[in-house]
Design a protein. Structure first.
Ligand code: DGT
Ligand code: MG
Length: 580
């Protein structure tokens, strides 16, 4: 992947709009500077013309100013419309880039991240960045033009009065800088507080069923009050500084007016400036004080935008550690033999190994069951085959080829997994099954649902296959969700299958039906089945017993029962449970 991109590179596709934006910004500020000069020309020169002549000239000037103002209006319109659109387009590009990057990052990345924070990278951080990218250059140009322009024009009229007019500017700047910083810090605290509140609300609403089952509504309200109080306190703080900032700046501007009036008045009495000069100065006051405010805002915008950009780059700089290696080949014509050769695995450095020295050969088309106590590493072992994680020692081979030498897409296209925690997307039943193979026909989708013993319950839903299942499938039962996720894999129809507790949420009757279709589907496919209910795997050709020490027992049900070891113990225990 390319190294850190410069922030300017995002302007590249929009160079034309960018320069047009700058051009119109310059034009708009020039017109702002020119209008008072026209006024000055009228009050100093034109009014002394002959009446008719003066009338003509004033009308002409009025017309010219109207044209200028119309043009300025267009300039401002261009900046506000196309400038913002450019910002939005840059935001679009950046958002697409970071979203695509999220898709590439491996499981291990997401294990240690909070979804809320990753979300804010895409939303609020990007907004800050594009505000800076769009308004930043334009604000700098406009402010510099106005400030310097006003200074130069006034200085040529009267250096003394210019000094008086600009005397307060440094103090105004310091004052604005101080209050703005305080204010923005307070606003930043607000954002943190509101983020806390949002997180709390999200947590509460997702767990609302638990809250109610414990009748803990008042406890939740108490917890919420703490966050809500914190937010109120932070807001009060920010309004304190906001009040100081705005009222102070207005006072400064008014004070500058007073100073100009006083100094101008004195200079008029000494005949060093004219009334026209004084009027001109008064007209320029807002033009020269505006940039102070704008530049202070810009400093703030720059800070937010740039730190947002750095966070954005931080994410983009994370190389997905699981990606296609150089010269990786496509997996085609899959037979389905799988070999674990001395495989070891740990999730993170300096943690205990979850798997160590696993050796395992699975023939193509073999039906293999994995049993073992909770936490033994069954799910982990299966996750290594499609490279959700890479082994930390040894290697895994599919059809004799190391999985790390195959393209991820072709590898995963040939493996179907029903995961232990079912995840369904927002949408309809149909969409969720079709996710297994987006180009499938409706008949194929229904066929898959029938095989997963889901067709009947789907038809009983209000809109059948087009029923909306709610967020994460809340409108379905646990077993119904599981059957949809099985149907999804039936539809995908891959040569290698992994069922991780796929039927654990089903009643005996549905389990038997799904089990039958599973076994039908498993014919001629390499299949891994993880099951706690040992009755479901009695037919497996090979049963592996996984413990902390690795694979401790291996054989068919009959062999393992005869051996009278761990498996036999587990089996008898369940059998005894079922007797009761
Ligand atoms: P189960 O589903 O309860 O029957 O248990 P298994 O056998 O499927 O266990 P498994 O593979 O999910 O977990 C094995 C160990 O690895 C267990 O001590 C928890 C740990 N583990 C699982 N997933 C992660 C993970 O994403 N990150 C870290 N650091 N550890 C994990
Ligand atoms: Mg598991």
């Amino acid at each position: 992947m390319e190294k850190k991109k410069s922030i300017f590179s995002y302007y590249k596709p929009y160079k034309k709009i960018f320069f047009a934006d700058m051009f119109f910004a310059i034009m708009a500020s020039i017109i702002t500077l020119v209008i008072p000069l026209v006024v000055r020309y009228i009050t100093s020169t034109v009014i002394y013309y002959e009446t008719d002549e003066a009338f003509r000239v004033i009308l002409k000037l009025g017309l010219m100013m109207t044209v200028l103002i119309l043009f300025q209006c267009y300039c401002n319109y261009f900046i506000a419309n196309y400038g913002h659109v450019m910002g939005a387009k840059i935001e679009y590009d950046m958002r697409a880039e970071i979203f695509a990057h999220y898709q590439k990052l491996p499981f291990s990345f997401y294990d240690n991240q909070k979804v809320g924070q990753l979300l804010s990278r895409i939303t609020s951080d990007l907004f800050d960045i594009t505000e800076l990218l769009h308004h930043g250059p334009e604000n700098v140009v406009i402010s510099a033009m106005k400030f310097i322009g006003a200074f130069v024009i006034l200085f040529t009229i009267s250096p003394k009065l210019t000094f008086a007019a600009f005397a307060l500017i440094p103090f105004m700047f310091l004052y604005a800088w101080f209050f703005n910083r305080k204010m923005k810090k307070a606003f930043a605290r607000n954002r943190v507080k509101i983020a806390d509140i949002n997180a709390q609300i999200e947590d509460n609403l997702s767990g609302i069923r638990v809250v109610k089952s414990f009748a803990n509504e008042s406890v939740e309200e108490e917890k919420f009050k703490v966050g809500n109080d914190g937010f109120l306190a932070a807001k009060k703080d920010s309004y304190l500084y906001m009040g100081g900032y705005h009222s102070g700046l207005t006072a400064f501007i008014n004070m500058i007016t007073v100073i100009v009036l006083v100094a101008g008045g004195i200079l008029i009495t000494k005949a060093q400036v004219s009334v026209t000069d004084l009027v001109t100065f008064l007209l320029y006051i807002s033009i020269m004080t505006d940039p102070v405010r704008t530049m202070i805002d810009f400093a703030e915008m720059f800070q937010n935008g740039y730190s947002g950009y750095e966070r954005f780059q931080e994410i983009l700089a994370i190389e997905p550690d699981i990606q296609d290696s150089q010269g990786s080949e496509e997996l085609t014509d899959v037979k389905g033999t799988i070999d674990f050769e001395n495989v070891s695995f740990q999730y993170e450095e300096n943690t205990e190994k979850v798997l160590s020295h696993i050796d395992l050969h699975v023939d193509a088309g073999e039906y293999l069951a994995l049993v073992g106590s909770s936490g033994a590493g069954k799910t982990t072992l299966c996750n290594l085959i499609p490279r959700f994680y890479d082994v930390t020692g040894g290697s895994i081979k599919v059809d004799g080829k190391d999985v790390r030498d195959l393209t991820l897409k072709s590898l995963r296209d040939h493996i179907g997994i029903v995961q232990q925690d079912v995840y369904l997307f927002v949408g309809t039943v149909y969409d969720n099954i079709a996710y297994g193979r987006p180009d499938a026909t409706r008949e194929e989708v229904i066929e898959a649902a029938k095989n997963a013993n889901a067709h009947e319950f789907i038809m009983a839903l209000p809109d059948g296959y087009d029923t909306d299942i709610g967020q994460r499938g809340v409108k379905l039962s646990g077993g119904q969700k599981q059957r949809l996720s099985i149907a999804r894999v039936f539809l995908k129809n891959p040569p290698i299958l992994i069922f991780d507790e796929a039927t654990s949420a089903l009643d005996n009757e549905s389990e038997r039906v799904v089990q039958e279709s599973l076994e039908k589907l498993a014919k001629n496919r390499t299949t891994f089945v993880i099951a706690h209910r040992l009755s479901t795997i009695r037919n497996a050709k090979k049963i592996l017993v996984l413990t902390e020490n690795g694979i401790e027992e291996e054989g068919t049900h009959t062999e393992l029962m005869k051996k009278n070891g761990i498996y036999a113990g587990l089996y008898r225990m369940q059998f005894a449970d079922e007797e009761v």
